[in-house]
Ligand binder design. Structure first.
Ligand SMILES: Cc1cc2nc3c(=O)[nH]c(=O)nc-3n(C[C@H](O)[C@H](O)[C@H](O)COP(=O)(O)O)c2cc1C
Ligand code: SF4
Length: 523
């Protein structure tokens, strides 16, 4: 019967309708890339909590980012309700190393209590980058939170563009990563240009560092600082690898390499081989470009840092910032042993380096930047209390623009178009729409950090110090953060003139208050 066969075609027509809709919409990269079947992921996501409660894992079990952490980032990036209900599901009573932030009962600054209050407040950095060494182009970073180094190559052009546009919207810096400066980096945001061991973007035809090319490059783009990459937490001491399938003709042209062939960054720099020659090179770059110059490194053996502090103490040469990357940090591709076991985790590594500078009374001589899962408010607060001045976010920024933690970045098969050079997969990611997600996420993170600092009675997150935090070791012991990391009084907080400057900058701070006072209270 005709009506029966027509009826039989209905599901096919419905499926075709869904496929057409999925292909045309721009909200969800996953659905554009995997029309129809992609809905299964959203369905599982929706019923996931119930399923997991009986079958799989709890909200805090997954790594690198737990379900709760990802949910917070996704909701924040859409400016949706990112509150959680009923009470914490963290096992506070039995977890080793649980962070507790101590609020104050009375203080001059009061946090607002409505969900989005303060979301548009600019939270600038507490120090002037390049200020202590008086670099020609010193500046105060407009945002406490900035986008960490991730190259075009490991990320798609669409992802780099989304991050750049979003960073421009919220006034934060985007670090280019070691893969050079691409057209996708030129969509409005200020940049930190990273110089890796292969000198991509600033090398000659033989792969040697070329100062003139660097000067041309930074003069023709909104580059505000240079970062010399010594190592990164996920693969310290190892250089880098961009798998051949990700080396497209465009990437090959930007980097000055051969397309389709594994692109290896050497493990060591050719321009310096000890602290002395590193500092000479840093001063050369700063003098020739006028820009603040820093280094990025993971922390292992401390000899390098001891030497650096000793040589900077003389006062004639120095880095303008250090970016400390935790061993738990991310990468596009790295051997498992390096990802899992080489370099200290952020808190331990950072505290060791900061302590060396603090003992030499040099913490005001430079800016401290941290990375390693710091795009989550609790981790960021601890980093700030340990002495970080700025927070870099890598994978959290990727999550905000659609990454679903499929962990296939090294295969070029990223299903959401974030970490791939496959044109079909990358086309799913709409840079305009996802840039708003990055912007919302950064604004929300800054707002949460500000709210916490206000709850602690200080006007800026950089003023939270190591006494404002305690670490729980299950129910056996509670120790102040200061004691856990051997900090002396005063270490960790922004001090002196920087403190006064940041208090003045946040003069309108304090978003909350109380009900009107009764006549008795006024009398
Ligand atoms: C896909 C990807 C690419 C990265 N590329 C670089 C790079 O080019 N240079 C670098 O110094 N770090 C690189 N990193 C490390 C990040 O900049 C950051 O230091 C690290 O992931 C820790 O931050 P997170 O935990 O917020 O991701 C990369 C990380 C990821 C995930
Ligand atoms: S979705 Fe998966 S493959 Fe893509 S960036 Fe995220 S973790 Fe990497």
């Amino acid at each position: 019967m005709k009506w029966k066969s027509a009826l039989g075609l209905l599901p096919v027509a419905a499926a075709a309708g869904v496929v057409t809709h999925d292909l045309r919409q721009r909200q969800h990269a996953l659905l554009r890339n995997f029309p129809l079947v992609g809905h299964a992921r959203y369905l599982l996501e929706t019923i996931g909590p119930e399923l997991r409660q009986y079958v799989v894992a709890d909200n805090d079990a997954e790594r690198p980012f737990s379900r709760d952490q990802r949910r917070w980032i996704y909701a924040s990036s859409k400016l949706e309700n990112n509150y959680f209900g009923f009470g914490t599901d963290n096992d506070i009573e039995h977890t080793e190393g649980y962070t507790i932030i101590k609020h104050r009962t009375f203080s001059d600054v009061v946090p607002g209590s409505t969900p989005h209050v303060g979301v548009d407040t600019a939270v600038p950095g507490a120090k002037v980058l390049g200020g202590p060494r008086d670099r020609a182009q010193k500046f105060r970073p407009g945002s406490l939170v900035n986008v960490s180094a991730m190259s075009f190559g490991s990320l798609s052009g669409a992802a780099v563009e989304a991050l750049n546009r979003g960073a421009a919207e919220v006034g934060c810096l985007q670090n280019t990563g070691e893969g050079g400066l691409s057209p996708y980096h030129r969509n409005g945001a200020d940049l930190v240009f990273q110089i890796g061991t292969a000198y991509f973007g600033c090398r000659d035809t033989q792969g040697r560092f070329d100062l003139e090319r660097l000067k041309e490059l930074v003069a023709g783009a909104p580059v505000r600082a240079l970062e010399v990459k010594l190592s990164q937490g996920a693969k310290p001491g190892l250089g880098g690898l961009l798998p051949g399938q990700k080396v497209t003709p465009q990437i090959a042209e930007i980097r000055g390499i051969e397309p389709g062939v594994d692109c290896v960054s050497p493990s060591r720099h050719a321009e310096f081989d000890d602290v002395d020659s590193l500092l000479d090179w840093v001063e050369l770059l700063a003098a020739e470009t006028g820009l603040p110059v820093g280094i990025k490194s993971a922390v292992g053996d401390l000899t390098f840092w001891e030497d650096l502090v000793q040589q900077m103490a003389r006062g004639d040469r120095g880095v303008d910032f250090v970016t400390i990357d935790g061993g738990e940090g991310g990468t596009g591709a790295a051997p498992m042993i390096f990802m899992d076991s080489v370099a200290l985790p952020f808190r331990t590594g950072f505290a060791r380096v900061y302590s060396l500078f603090a003992e030499a009374e040099l913490t005001d001589a430079l800016t401290f930047i941290g990375a390693g899962k710091l795009g989550l408010p609790d981790n960021a607060v601890v980093a700030l209390a340990l002495g970080c001045d700025l927070i870099n976010v890598g994978r959290e920024a990727m999550l905000s623009i659609g990454c679903i933690q499929a962990q296939k970045c090294h295969t070029d098969r990223c299903p959401t178009g974030v970490a791939t050079q496959d044109p079909w997969l990358a086309h799913g990611l709409d840079p305009a729409l996802k840039s708003a997600r990055l912007a919302n996420y950064v604004k929300t993170l800054r707002r949460d950090l500000l709210k916490v600092s206000e709850a602690c009675g200080v006007a800026h997150p950089g003023l939270i110090d190591a006494d404002d935090i305690e670490i729980l070791f299950a129910q056996r012991q509670v120790a102040p953060l200061r004691e856990v990391y051997g900090y002396q009084p005063g270490w960790g907080a922004v001090s002196g003139a920087n403190r006064q400057a940041v208090i003045a900058l946040m003069a309108d701070g304090g978003h909350g208050g109380s009900a009107p006072a009764s006549a008795t209270a006024q009398g």
